[in-house]
Ligand binder design. Structure first.
Ligand code: KG4
Ligand code: ZN
Length: 341
């Protein structure tokens, strides 16, 4: 089955062609980062309008790269939520219109299920069951995964998502959006031990997270540096390192706890923050001690992309799922409500 996948939940237009027999044939992405940068974050209306502009050229590009024609496509998959409603509607309308025109089915995909399954596109995919750490700009969740659609939420962030904390901490130090890659880059030249940030909610039982306090801690530290006679470039690097270490260690402690609680030793990390090198290294060390394994996607499939939507949609289409002609998207959509395959 050849599936055309469309991702438009936020500020990236992603398109991909996935073949159930041959794997990923082509994928293309247009990132709107430059468009939103001057505002310090995503402007929903601008995002929607840009998705409209990019979608059809990207679809043509992917078809050309794969050497395929519209007539070869068996089905469409699009992100139906969670995300920005206007942005989601662009992908949903486009997918439904093409599906109608080409007389093929279309399926709406849950964006976080897309992220969760992205490591399945790699050479050594994880096998069920496993624990998944979903860390994106909008979500931080620990999930027990027994199969596609068999999700048990073990814990989640009570306030900011991990990626959001990276973005806000970067912004308060005057760094560019998105903040995650900026902080990661600066942290490499940080002075170890100059600042030590708290590891929130690790001293009590449970698998929930809270990251908003770290951002306040970063703000106070940054203000002290600005009020003092500090070299502000070095202060940024040192705060970036202390902040990243706190997030990475907190996530690692909770992952270890989730693995212990479930008795599993396979961990999948997915979402934008799973591209973070320090996080991968920390988790790999921890899983090494447990004689387990950590799985993640190549960096460009950690952040938003069309390939993960084409893959997840393909699995659901193969199981017989598809939508009617109504164009429906959901800004909020709990992943546990998805049907099991
Ligand atoms: O999954 P994603 O592309 O979009 C959402 O579904 O939210 O995640 C974007 C988030 C942003 O907050 C970004 O700062 C963060 O992922 N991110 C990173 C890194 N790359 C992206 N955070 C830390 N380290 C990175 N290398
Ligand atoms: Zn995402």
């Amino acid at each position: 089955m050849l599936v055309l996948g469309l991702e438009t939940s936020c500020d990236e237009t992603g398109v991909a062609l996935y073949d159930s027999e041959r794997g990923l044939l082509a994928d293309a992405l247009f990132s709107q980062i430059d468009l939103h940068r001057i505002y310090g974050g995503v402007v929903p209306e601008l995002a929607s309008r840009d998705h409209v502009k990019r979608m059809l050229p990207l679809i043509r590009q992917v078809l050309d790269e794969a050497g395929r024609e519209p007539a070869d496509i068996d089905a469409l998959a699009y992100t139906a939520g969670p995300g920005l409603v206007g942005a989601l509607l662009v992908g949903a309308s486009c997918a439904q219109a093409l599906a109608f025109a080409w007389s093929v089915p279309a399926v709406g995909v849950h964006h976080m299920e897309g992220h969760l399954l992205a490591p399945m596109l790699e050479e050594q995919p994880p096998a069920f069951p496993f624990v998944a750490l979903l860390v994106s700009g909008g979500h931080t969740q620990l999930v027990r995964v027994d199969g596609i659609g068999q999700y048990q939420l073990l814990g989640e962030s009570l306030d900011d998502a991990a990626g959001e904390a990276f973005d806000k901490t970067a912004k308060l130090m005057g760094l560019n959006y998105p903040g995650g890659p900026e902080i990661a880059r600066l942290a490499e030249q940080g002075t170890p031990g100059r600042f030590v940030f708290p590891r929130p909610m690790t001293d009590r039982p449970g698998l929930d997270f809270s990251f908003s306090g770290l951002k306040t801690f970063a703000l106070n530290t940054w203000q002290q540096c600005r009020d003092g006679d500090d070299d502000l470039d070095q202060a940024r690097r040192d705060i970036a390192l202390a902040f990243q270490q706190a997030v990475v260690e907190t996530l690692t402690i909770k992952c270890k706890r989730a693995l212990k609680q479930t008795g599993l030793n396979s961990l999948v990390i997915a979402g934008g923050v799973s591209a973070n090198k320090a996080l991968r290294e920390h988790l790999e060390r921890m899983l090494g001690e447990l004689k387990g394994k950590v799985f993640y996607a190549r960096p460009r499939f950690c952040t938003d992309n069309g390939a993960m939507i084409a893959y997840a949609g393909c699995q659901r289409l193969l199981a017989g799922q598809h939508e009617d002609l109504a164009i429906k998207v959901q800004a909020r959509w709990p992943m546990e409500s998805l049907p099991a395959l």
